[in-house]
Write a protein that binds this ligand. Structure first.
Ligand SMILES: Nc1ncnc2c1ncn2[C@@H]1O[C@H](COP(=O)(O)OP(=O)(O)OP(=O)(O)O)[C@@H](O)[C@H]1O
Length: 418
């Protein structure tokens, strides 16, 4: 096939399988969207809405449902001739209420406000500097801007957990009508995948932000099949899907996380393998492509996770990879530490004490690279660790940091674990 030949492609519209594609009708989230709609409906009659807090694990449709809902609400507001403005902020990297307020102001004031999926306000005012004002003053500016927007306002704060305990804004915004005497109905939608953040909210914030809480449960395999089928219909060329591919992507994602993002990613990467692999002019996505996609995703995950690791985190992972190649995992912390000391010395690093090394085992477990197994057999209670990713993926990722890992691969082959 010529390099840019457009015949025999797997994808009809690959964008439909991408993360930022907004489905017209969001399947499988009717109940959650109904609850949210009932909280926001008062706006259509010029009344104060209930604030909403949407939470659930990653990839379960919180943001997609919010976008779909706001689109419906804006249509309904236009029908009854009510002026409604929306400001959306993704709080990733924002760590304080002050920064949230400045970013909201600038979201409304700078020309690129509409680059956000939802934001509809666009004021022609100078942006605020990121620092240097008292917090109260920034809050006041924000509320003045809400008034200047000329209608009622919905503020969407996605990934709101990044502000941690610096959460004044979640208390101030819902009270703004009273405290700052502004004549705007204001609805706040907070979105988070951090369950601890929700648990740790102070009672006063909980009362105001979480007037209605909506828990998005992980999708099960059947739901993921229906979600994938809808998107695959538009994304893929006719007849390219082998039977069993969608159920396999759905089952893998349901078993692991219940995330639609993960299921879509599996299908997209499987499609890439099918489109770019040998096909005799008749490409088809097969279950084999899905399995390769899963390995590829895992490999990427480890590589990404590795980038965040310190040198000692990497040495700990290398140690567990050695043990895995020898067929010795799961293994206890004590033994891992003994091997880690040897590995560190060989790699020219001073080994950490056992407790400090154990912190790295915990971090790697939280990142999903290792699994911890409680061993209560025999005397005492031990933690054991093993890889939670394919050994092959871990070695690939480790090769970025360490020179020659051929010996680990050879050991793994000898022991039939690769
Ligand atoms: N019910 C659904 N139907 C179709 N696509 C969906 C559905 N739920 C989620 N998706 C898709 O899955 C991807 C992830 O969804 P979304 O960003 O809404 O998840 P989230 O719960 O907000 O995750 P995070 O907490 O990581 O931000 C998006 O591409 C979204 O379009």
């Amino acid at each position: 096939m010529a390099r840019f030949d457009l015949d025999n492609l797997v994808f009809a519209n690959k964008d439909v399988l991408r993360e930022d594609w907004q489905p017209d009708n969001l399947a499988e989230r009717d109940a959650e969207m109904d609850t949210c709609a009932s909280a926001l409906r008062p706006l259509l009659r010029g009344n104060q809405p209930d604030n909403l807090f949407l939470y659930g694990l990653t990839g379960v449709g919180k943001t997609a449902a919010t976008h779909a809902l706001i689109t419906e609400l804006l249509d309904a507001a236009a029908d009854v001739e009510r002026h409604l403005e929306v400001v959306e902020l993704n709080c990733t990297g924002i760590t304080s209420s002050y920064q949230v307020a400045v970013n909201l102001v600038n979201e409304m004031r700078t020309g690129d406000a509409h680059s956000h999926a939802l934001t509809t306000v666009s004021l022609e005012k100078d942006p605020l500097p990121e620092t240097g004002h008292p917090q109260k003053r920034v809050f006041r500016e924000l509320l003045k801007d809400f008034e200047s927007a000329g209608g009622d306002v919905i503020v969407v704060l996605d990934e709101i957990d990044t502000i941690g305990s610096d959460d004044d804004i979640l208390y101030e915004l819902p009270r703004a009508r009273k405290t700052y005497d502004i004549d705007v109905n204001l609805g706040l939608i907070g979105i988070s995948n951090d369950f601890k953040f929700r648990e740790n909210l102070s009672p006063k914030v909980k009362d105001s932000l979480c007037e209605k809480e909506v828990h998005f449960q992980p999708y099960d395999a059947e739901q993921l099949v229906r979600i994938l089928e809808k998107r695959a219909d538009r994304a893929l060329a006719e007849g390219v899907l082998a039977e069993g591919v969608v159920p396999l992507c759905a089952a893998m994602a349901a078993q692991d996380s219940g995330s639609a993002r993960q299921a879509l990613r599996l299908l997209r990467i499987a499609g890439d393998f099918a489109e770019n692999g040998p096909s005799d002019g008749d490409p088809r996505i097969t279950e084999e492509h899905v399995r390769r996609a899963e390995e590829e995703i895992q490999r990427q995950q480890v590589v990404e996770g590795m980038e965040e690791l310190t040198r000692h985190g990497k040495l700990v992972l290398l140690t567990v990879a050695h043990l895995e190649a020898e067929g010795e995992t799961p293994e206890r912390t004590k033994v891992i530490h003994q091997r880690y000391r040897q590995v560190s010395k060989r790699e020219g690093s001073d080994p950490l004490k056992r407790r400090a090394m154990h912190d790295h085992l915990t971090d790697l477990t939280l990142q999903g690279v290792l699994t911890k197994i409680d061993d209560t057999s025999g005397r005492g209670n031990y933690n054991q660790y093993e890889l939670d990713v394919e050994l092959d993926s871990a070695i690939d990722a480790l090769e970025v940091e360490f020179d020659d890992l051929t010996a680990v691969r050879e050991t793994a082959h000898r022991n039939h674990v690769l």
